[in-house]
Every structure is written in structure tokens, then in C-alpha cells.
Design a protein around this ligand. Structure first.
Ligand code: ADP
Ligand code: MG
Length: 240
């Protein structure tokens, strides 16, 4: 599981995360919502050790992410990450893109890496695109390629940072469907998202970020059906 205690994060003078306490249990899907600039992406970067923290502690399966001596490469293999826009290698096919990290980082033999890549491309519905170059894929297909690439590392956790925000509206559904499939398979996921339908239908819990704190957290029925915080009510009114 992921355990976060008393987390504070600054960028210089800017106090971005102001005391975050959060547990994400195995098999749980947590959606993170909140206004732009509230610290959602920063939290994900702190969890996978891309950003240092100034106070508090983050543990992933009992490993202190920010302790000296923590093997960040090993840690990041457990934490698949999908960003808003993912730049695949244009000179590699879909299969080669997905097979790259298993071969280089996990050290799998070429044939085995290709097998893993093929399996994960089928998993995200790109089984017919193995030999296609990224520029021939739609935005939705490219995001599913990004998900396949993350899955090829066989992570225990998937972190999504607005994976559908850069997509044309008609392409959002296929990516959300893939995320939903992973959730149904029991993947532990943290999904920063503006897709309230997804947050409501797929997550076990929803965390509302406001100015660097988790202002409210609970099951979707409570967050969307009976929001307690004024800020959350205003946020929901604005996006509906
Ligand atoms: P969100 O993902 O909720 O939109 P972010 O975590 O990206 O918010 O950003 C939170 C705050 O931290 C914002 O004020 C943003 O400008 C600032 N910030 C984010 N990344 C950096 C950085 N690398 N350097 C300085 N400030 C940053
Ligand atoms: Mg963000």
C-alpha cells in the first residue's frame, strides 16, 4: 500500500502541499479532483520520487520513497505513470515502444520483452496495431499505448495524471474504458482526473484537493451526493 503522513512540499517559497495524510490500499481506486494548481500532480511526482519533499514521509509497500539509499529505479518499476500527453518514440513501432523498458530496465531477453509488449497491447485493445508507428495512431490510441507501456513493467500501482485531458472529446471514452478495465482487474490506482463520471462510477474513494490540502475525502456517493465543504460544492457547481 501507499502511506503518506504529514507531507509538506515547497517549490522555493511556494508551499504546495500542506500536510497530506493519505493511505491508498491494495486494490483501491482513488480519484483525485480539485482546481488547477491545487497540488494534484505534485503529489504524484512526490509518490514516485520525481520530486523531493521537505517534511513528512511517503512509503510504498513499506519502502520510504525519500530515504537516502532507496532504490528509485526499483521503486518506479512498481509505479506505472501515465501523463496527460505521452511522447512515444516516433521511430519505434507500438510493439517496440512497449517492449523497450522491459528489455532495458527489466533486462528481459528480446523475445520475452516482445511477448510482454504484445500481451499488454492486446490488453489495452491495440492488438491490431503492433507494427504501427505512433504518428499513425489517434490520440486515444496513443494514450492506450502509454498505458500499455506502463503496464509492461508489471507495476503494482498505476498513477494517472489527467490521462484524458489533452484528448478530443470523442476519444476520451476509449481511454476511460481501458482505465476502468484495469480497475476491474484489481489494479491499485490513483487517478487525477476531471472526468467526474469516471470518478463517481469507478473509484472507491475520491479526494478533493484545495490549495494543497485534502479538503474532503470519501466514497463517491458522499463526495458528489453530499459534499460537506463549501469549496467542494463550489468546485462541483463550476464543472457541472
Ligand atoms: P495541479 O496538478 O493540481 O494543477 P500542480 O501540482 O501542478 O497542481 O501545481 C501546484 C502548484 O505548484 C502550482 O502553483 C504550480 O504553479 C506549482 N508548481 C508545480 N510544479 C512546479 C515546479 N516544478 N516549480 C515551481 N512551481 C511549481
Ligand atoms: Mg496537474
Amino acid at each position: 500500500m501507499i502511506e503518506i503522513r504529514g507531507l509538506h512540499k515547497y517549490f522555493g517559497e511556494l508551499h504546495v502541499l500542506k500536510g497530506i495524510d493519505l493511505d491508498v490500499h491494495n486494490g483501491e481506486v482513488l480519484s483525485v479532483i480539485g482546481a488547477s494548481g491545487s497540488g494534484k500532480s505534485t503529489l504524484l511526482y512526490c509518490i514516485n520520487g520525481l520530486e523531493p519533499i521537505q517534511q513528512g514521509r511517503i512509503e510504498v509497500d513499506g519502502t520510504d520513497v525519500h530515504a537516502r539509499g532507496t532504490d528509485l529505479n526499483a521503486l518506479r518499476q512498481k509505479l506505472g505513470m501515465v501523463f496527460q500527453q505521452w511522447n512515444s518514440f516516433p521511430h519505434l513501432t507500438a510493439l517496440e515502444n512497449v517492449a523497450l523498458a522491459p528489455r532495458i530496465v527489466r533486462g528481459l531477453p528480446r523475445a520475452e520483452a516482445r511477448e510482454v509488449a504484445e500481451r499488454q497491447l492486446r490488453h489495452v485493445g491495440l492488438g491490431d496495431k503492433l507494427d504501427v508507428y505512433p504518428k499513425a495512431l489517434s490520440g486515444g490510441q496513443q494514450q492506450r499505448l502509454a498505458i500499455a507501456r506502463a503496464l509492461a513493467m508489471e507495476p503494482r500501482y498505476m498513477l494517472f495524471d489527467e490521462a484524458t485531458s489533452a484528448l478530443d472529446p470523442e476519444l476520451v471514452g476509449e481511454v476511460l474504458d481501458t482505465m476502468r478495465l484495469l480497475a476491474e482487474e484489481g489494479m491499485t490506482m490513483i487517478c487525477v482526473t476531471h472526468e467526474m463520471g469516471f470518478a463517481r462510477d469507478v473509484s472507491d474513494r475520491v479526494a478533493f484537493f484545495h490549495q494543497g490540502v485534502i479538503e474532503e475525502i470519501g466514497p463517491p456517493a458522499e463526495i458528489f451526493g453530499a459534499p460537506a465543504s463549501e469549496h467542494l460544492r463550489k468546485f462541483l457547481a463550476k464543472i457541472r
